[in-house]
Design a protein around this ligand. Structure first.
Ligand SMILES: Cc1cc2nc3c(=O)[nH]c(=O)nc-3n(C[C@H](O)[C@H](O)[C@H](O)COP(=O)(O)O)c2cc1C
Length: 134
């Protein structure tokens, strides 16, 4: 398996309802492809991890990259893994908001508790905390 992580910027038309639409399609497609992961969204940027069989993760990522609802998609890491970090979720998601900053950090800590790679875990936790502090 591989686990791939990227960051991107949402385009102006994206709002919470649009993110829900993205999640509905993501969960349907990912369940069919055996892809699991986590999507954080702070109203401006996305941080997403995708994991599963390489061909299926890469195919999903290629489709995501072409999506006009975000831009400046930057691959942060892509590596082999023997275990899933987000195995329970076809796509877990969390809106990172300034409100309830500490609850936010706690939630993201829980979502990332199973991430074996400390760099990836800190990437997600940092994303939640930077936004919470903004
Ligand atoms: C930030 C972001 C994350 C996305 N994540 C996924 C995903 O995990 N899986 C997926 O299939 N599509 C994801 N999409 C949606 C795809 O770009 C694409 O719209 C969708 O896969 C098309 O599916 P459909 O042909 O079944 O409608 C994401 C889009 C964005 C903007």
């Amino acid at each position: 398996m591989i686990q791939l992580t990227y960051i991107s910027s949402a385009t102006a038309t994206v709002n919470d309802a649009e993110v829900q639409t993205i999640l509905t399609a993501s969960r349907r497609n990912n369940a069919a492809a055996g892809v699991t992961g986590l999507l954080l969204y702070d109203g401006r940027r996305f941080l997403q991890a995708l994991e599963g069989e390489p061909v299926l993760v890469n195919r999903t990522y290629e489709r995501i990259k072409a999506d006009p609802r975000h831009r400046a998609v930057v691959l942060l890491s892509s590596k082999d893994t023997t275990e899933r970090s987000f195995g329970e979720w076809a796509m877990a998601a969390q809106k990172v908001a300034t409100a309830r900053a500490s609850d936010m950090a706690t939630l993201v800590d829980e979502l990332t508790a199973g991430v074996a790679d400390a760099n990836i875990r800190e990437l997600f936790r940092g994303f939640a905390r930077v936004r919470a502090a903004a």
